[in-house]
Design a protein around this ligand. Sequence first.
Ligand SMILES: [Zn+2]
Length: 131
Amino acid sequence: MNWLHTILFPPRCPGCGRSVSSHGTWCSLCFQSVWHPRLVNGSRRNHLDGCYALTDYRGHIRRILQQIKYERKFQYEAACLYLLSRFPWMDEIRTDIAVPVPLSLTRLRKRGYNQSEFILVLVQILWCGHP
Ligand SMILES: [Zn+2]
């Protein structure tokens, strides 16, 4: 049935919409424009060993995250997994606990979900194979 899904919904770059090889894959131009992995803060303030960023909150990423956050466009799951799976410091991250950024109860009731829980589930899929 995967072939039927691919015929009905051909894979497109989540950034520009160009045809790509598989769902979630970014075309090379869009990938180059969004991919900016770096250690943002390596200080031990606030009990953090480090804070990493894979991309900047602008352009295609900003649009996608806002659509996940405000329009429930969870079809960007594969595009997010594509980026998260390329996290370059996976061997350096040692943690037993990962928590989403909390959302106020008012916002949670209004929106119906916490978008950071969505991202955390993707990370759990990558790390553990299941949410
Ligand atoms: Zn593209």
